[in-house]
Design a protein around this ligand. Structure first.
Ligand SMILES: Cc1ncc(COP(=O)(O)O)c(C=O)c1O
Length: 462
């Protein structure tokens, strides 16, 4: 074993690394007796204390065992089966229009690091115990204020429940409403439907057109079976078609909920981004006792944080909190406190201001690229969010196009897969633009056009 006296890594750490590596690689076999600490210290010209400490550390990690009077040996378990090599990461697509991402390269690492550092410096020891299942009070307070200011949400910190993203919100809700019928927009995110249904609710399809969810069909849906207990909608920016729920339908939806006692679940997942005009406020602000509001940092900071929130009507809180308690005892406190700092200190909004400008330019680039490379196609939906629908102008074999595009390094996401009855032939693609720079958007769409031209002709335009 060699120790590098000029390296920055301390000698003791180098000694531990060397021993650990020798065991892991099998150079030191199970049962091998290690040299006495004095002898190894002499060989390496280090203090005996350093060797004793390194042995003690590897004993604690289970690589070595000490036998009284006999010495220190390589542990049997440590030298067992070598770990299989890690799976290679999936091949990244150079032009991936995955709809779910903000620009991951501009995650505010510095601001987040500062917030985490300050949290660790200042949080009392008590904060490191089991969390409040509703969420850290500091974050619930910060969110209540933020949502009131930017989305018109009527939120008292007592009504806020912090969860692991909207995904966990749906899981908790599905369990809280087990046995009920829940209407969900069709199309919508298949994974969210699966999560909701996994809790034991029955899902019914609520069709969507260019004015958003066809809420006028709720009565007929309810008439066809048990009453509808809840309806899940994305009013600001329908996911995935990108349309906004019209004012008359917003009013009709609220009227229906008041009349029937059903709950409206408002998934406000990307309402921070509206490029052509100020966004309409959240529905929740008009009927806080009829609307359960959900939001997330997945589109503002990044999905890796797994942080989201619900603002729940009074009558649903106890059951949702019980489900949260059963699921995980509460969300991780340190990240919650860091987010509270970013919200209160302005770093969150300052990041969003820059992000909005960047994504608007990227959306414009997508519209321009479609016009330049895909004659006959058009971008539909309102100028909002992080993804747009591109209508190709003729039904297209979704799987064929997906594979052909992949061959050109392009990731595309067929709209047809988002329906409850998937449509293998459809003319829509859901294309996320926020995680690609403008030149990549242009090149990606150019390549998509090449892939499209390679497909065998399909049915005539409808
Ligand atoms: C409709 C919709 N809601 C919510 C989310 C965010 O989910 P989460 O907070 O679990 O990351 C997404 C992300 O893609 C989405 O498309």
């Amino acid at each position: 074993m060699e120790l590098d006296r000029r390296a920055r890594r301390p000698l003791r750490a180098q000694l531990e690394d060397g021993l650990r590596e020798a065991v892991r690689s099998g150079r030191l076999r199970a049962g091998t007796r290690l040299p006495a600490s004095r002898a190894l210290a002499g060989d390496l010209a280090v203090s005996r204390r350093m060797v004793v400490d390194a042995y003690a550390q590897l004993l604690a990690e289970g690589y070595l065992v000490a036998r009284a009077g006999a010495g220190t040996f390589v542990a049997e378990a440590a030298a067992a089966e070598p770990l299989p090599p890690a799976d290679p990461p999936p091949r990244a697509l150079a032009f991936d229009f995955f709809p779910g991402y903000p620009d991951l390269a501009t995650f505010p690492r510095r601001a987040w690091l500062r917030a985490i550092r300050e949290t660790l410096r200042e949080a009392p020891d008590q904060a490191l115990g089991y969390p409040d299942p509703r969420g850290a009070p500091e974050l619930r307070r910060a969110l209540a204020g933020h949502l009131r200011r930017v989305r018109g949400v009527v939120a008292d910190p007592e009504a806020v429940i912090v969860c692991s993203g909207v995904a966990q919100g749906f899981a908790l809700l599905g369990r809280a409403l087990a046995g009920s019928r829940i209407a969900v927009e069709d199309p919508s995110l298949p994974v969210h439907r699966e999560i909701l249904a996994g809790g034991g609710a029955e899902l019914v399809a609520l069709p969507v057109d260019e004015h958003g969810a066809r809420v006028q069909e709720l009565r007929a849906l309810a008439g066809a079976g048990e009453p509808i207990g809840a309806v899940v909608v994305t009013p600001a920016h329908q996911a995935p078609t990108g349309v906004a729920l019209s004012s008359s339908r917003r009013a009709e939806l609220l009227g229906w909920a008041r009349e029937t006692g059903a709950v409206i679940v408002e998934d406000d997942y990307d309402a921070e981004y509206r490029y052509d005009r100020p966004p309409l406020g959240a529905l929740q602000g008009l009927a806080p006792e009829r609307v359960l509001y959900m939001g997330t940092v997945s589109k503002t900071l990044g999905p890796a944080l797994r942080l989201g929130w619900m603002v729940a009507p009074g009558h649903m809180r106890t059951e949702i909190l019980r489900q949260k308690m059963l699921a995980d005892h509460g969300s991780p406190t340190i990240d919650q406190l860091a987010l509270a700092r970013m919200l209160e200190g302005g770093a969150y909004d300052s990041h969003l201001r820059q992000a909005r400008r960047r994504y608007q330019a990227r959306r414009d680039a997508l519209v321009a690229a479609v016009a330049a490379h895909l004659p006959g196609a058009r971008v539909t939906g309102v100028a909002a969010g992080l993804a747009a629908i591109v209508r190709l102008g003729r039904p297209t074999d979704a799987l064929g196009l997906l594979n052909a595009a992949r061959e050109h390094g392009v990731g595309v996401y067929p709209l047809g897969y988002a329906y409850m009855e998937p449509r293998p032939w459809d003319d829509g693609l859901v294309l996320g633009y926020a995680n690609l720079a403008e030149p990549a958007i242009d090149e990606g769409i150019r390549r998509l056009a090449v892939a499209l031209a390679e497909l065998p002709p399909g049915p005539a335009p409808t």
